[in-house]
Design a protein around this ligand. Structure first.
Ligand SMILES: [Zn+2]
Length: 228
């Protein structure tokens, strides 16, 4: 069972144990941010919370964010993740998201930032009036997955530097994993940790993720799981 937690009058988080979805409502429409790891019924869960017309946006297309996509006739996704999504056999009907797009739910504009690195088409959403950054997997205090062919840690650093430059625009970060919420200062720390990994200044521990040998780099504020 998903745990549904009301954040404020127009925002909910839907926790499925491993990953977190968000439902955001405005005056006119509602937006589900991601559709979970094991929730083909994500749409019904969202519709039990609002009667506004509902759309879906994927922060990226890792399998733990797209399980309920098939219940929607279309969904917003950055084209950078289309190949990855199709590779997993995901159903089509994407509506392309571009950097700088603003989705307005009615008095609630959400600005899209393309932040490649964790995946090629990862996005963050700035809830402009609420001063909240919805960060997907890219800013969080759990383990950030950076192993496999589609990850790029140098791009990840550049994307987080860009978010860091926007820090005056948000007071809270709402991530898909780990603690909720997290402080914007976490972005600085993640940049520093990722740089240490790239520069070979920190040693990791070899471990296994679903039969794949990987390297875990643990910092006090988060971890990174990288290629060996
Ligand atoms: Zn995830």
């Amino acid at each position: 069972m998903a745990e549904i937690i009301k954040i404020n009058d127009n925002s909910w988080r839907i926790e499925d144990g491993f990953v977190r979805m968000f439902l955001l409502t405005g005056r006119d429409t509602a937006l589900l941010v991601d559709s979970g790891a094991t929730y083909p019924e994500a749409r019904q869960i969202a519709e039990s919370l609002t009667d506004k017309p509902l759309a879906l946006l994927n922060t990226h297309s890792d399998p733990d964010h797209v399980s309920g996509n098939g219940a929607f006739s279309f969904y917003f996704m950055h084209p950078g993740d289309y190949p990855y999504y199709f590779e997993q056999g995901g159903p089509g009907n994407m509506m392309p998201l571009r950097d700088g797009d603003v989705l307005d739910l009615g008095g609630r504009p959400l600005k899209v930032f393309h932040i490649p690195g964790h995946t090629p088409g990862s996005v963050a959403l700035l809830d402009i009036n609420a001063r909240v950054l919805i960060s997907g997997d890219s800013v969080q205090n759990d383990n950030i997955f950076m192993f496999g062919p589609r990850r790029n840690i140098k791009e990840f650093i550049r994307s987080l530097e860009r978010l860091n430059g926007l820090k005056d625009s948000f007071a809270e970060v709402w991530p898909s994993h780990g603690s909720f919420p997290v402080e914007p200062d976490l972005i600085d720390k993640l940049i520093e940790g990722a740089r240490q990994i790239v520069d070979g200044k920190v040693s990791g521990t070899q471990t296994v993720w679903r039969d794949t040998p990987v390297m875990l780099y643990e910092f006090p504020y988060a971890g990174f799981i990288c290629d060996i």
